[in-house]
Design a protein around this ligand. Structure first.
Ligand code: HAM
Length: 423
């Protein structure tokens, strides 16, 4: 029988990377909480219609990448490809605006996109995200961007480039699209096949093309940044002024259009400078002032971002900040069957004191036990034999120096907490 593998484009996330992912998610959640974002958990699947209304029909993610299925009741459902539309649906379903505005929520969740798998691009990925809904002030955009910046700085992903743009509002963007399309039309035949298709269904996405021929044509094309109405230009200016004041560097990027149709005004992306262009987007987001209304709610403007956990792990590796940490501080070895009970009590007391501790449940020769302790890369081993058990003591061996001391259980725990044997 062939060995079963995870489905194409998915991975088992194994330690130590899985431990790093958990740490990253916890730290991101803590920083978001410090900024007033409450946790929200929405279903992993939604009515298919939500993504058509929210993300847009002309969009590649909706057109080609969703996992759609019929359940046994014949309902058309879709595994969420992103978090913003589901969160807006939850806000509308639960009328969360009754508790005051803005509504600030955060999530860590799996997203599903049927993409062509490659490094950093998978069919199930995970995002930490925040959404601030019910405020249109530029200070809110800047505050959200700064949070994303801080989360990535805390993650040790190396140098990050913040790209910033504005998508304008419904009116100035519509006018711009007309200008853009008429500027490109005469050279349409020279565009790549993909860009020719986009010219008909979603012209702004042509800005995403990495094909040199397309880029050459784009170099002469009018940009959205130059076509913003006064209100949108003022808003962008204010966002920039905050970032300038806080010393958060950014690159204005007229070609940054982002993947979803819901964006208005501010859009941004955090790019790793250590990763290749195909997977260098660590996170991205922006404002989506018409989204809540588009899915049947009141007119509530919003802004948020999503950061890809898999991409963060890759960037940490590329930045060389990945420490080879052991999962345990102390390994407790009972020398005889009669010592197991005392050893287990000591193990539990050490854990209660916050020391990561495990016990060799199976009693065997000291040599084999020490080999296992080395494999675990523990800093200390606690040996418990006849004498130790009788005295309520342990013999603590520092695995780096090889020094050994027999101490009472509380003194050993004190030593592990404060002394050189602690990580
Ligand atoms: P997004 O740019 O599509 O935005 O995804 C956010 C991040 O998720 C990306 O920057 C990337 O790190 C990661 N990501 C996306 N697709 C994949 C994939 N196939 N494999 C690995 N990582 C991936 C959104 O999803 C928006 N909902 C963000 C947002 C929140 N905008 C406003 N609020």
């Amino acid at each position: 029988m062939t060995t079963l593998q995870p489905p194409r484009g998915t991975h088992d996330l194994l330690y130590p990377a899985s431990d790093r992912a958990a740490k990253f998610e916890a730290e991101a959640a803590r920083l978001a909480e410090l900024s007033g974002f409450r946790r929200i958990v929405t279903p992993m699947f939604e009515d298919t219609a939500l993504f058509h209304r929210g993300i847009g029909e002309g969009n590649d993610v909706v057109a080609k990448e969703t996992y759609d299925f019929l359940d046994r009741g014949g309902n058309r459902l879709t595994l969420r490809p992103e978090g913003t539309a589901p969160v807006m649906r939850a806000i509308v379903s639960n009328k969360l605006w009754d508790d005051g505005l803005p509504i600030k929520v955060q999530y860590t969740a799996a997203m599903f996109r049927y993409e062509r798998p490659q490094k950093g691009r998978v069919r199930q990925h995970h995002q930490v995200g925040v959404e601030a809904v019910g405020g249109e002030e530029a200070s809110l955009d800047a505050d959200v961007i700064a949070l994303g910046w801080d989360i990535l700085a805390a993650a040790g992903v190396g140098s990050v480039l913040l790209r910033l743009n504005s998508m304008g509002d419904r009116e100035c963007r519509a006018a711009y699209i007309e200008t853009f399309v008429s500027a490109l039309r005469p050279r349409a035949a020279e565009l790549s096949e993909d860009s020719q298709r986009r010219l008909e269904v979603n012209p702004l996405r042509i800005w995403d093309s990495k094909i040199p021929g397309d880029q050459e044509i784009l170099a002469d094309a009018p940009t959205l940044a130059d076509a913003l109405c006064d209100d949108c230009a003022t808003h962008l200016h204010a966002v920039r002024a905050y970032l300038d004041e806080w010393g958060i560097p950014y690159a204005m990027t007229p070609g940054l259009v982002r993947g979803f149709d819901y964006y208005t005004r501010t859009t941004f992306e955090f790019q790793s400078q250590a990763l290749d262009a195909a997977q260098n987007a660590l996170g991205g987001g922006g404002r989506y002032d018409g989204l809540v209304e588009a899915i049947g709610g009141p007119s509530l403007p919003g802004v948020g971002f999503g950061i890809g956990v898999e991409r963060v792990l890759l960037a940490q590796e590329a930045a060389g900040t990945v420490a080879d940490v052991s999962a345990l501080d102390c390994y407790v070895i009972p020398l005889r069957e009669e010592d197991v009970s005392h050893a287990l009590s000591f193990t539990r007391a050490a854990r209660a004191a916050g020391i990561r501790t495990d016990l060799a449940h199976r009693v065997r020769g000291l040599k084999a036990q020490m080999k296992q302790a080395n494999k675990l890369s523990v800093r200390a081993v606690a040996l418990i034999g006849e004498q130790e058990a009788a005295a309520g003591a342990v013999t603590l061996r520092d695995m780096t120096s090889g020094e050994q001391q027999t101490l009472s259980a509380p003194a050993a725990i004190e030593q592990l907490t404060s002394g050189g044997t602690h990580r």
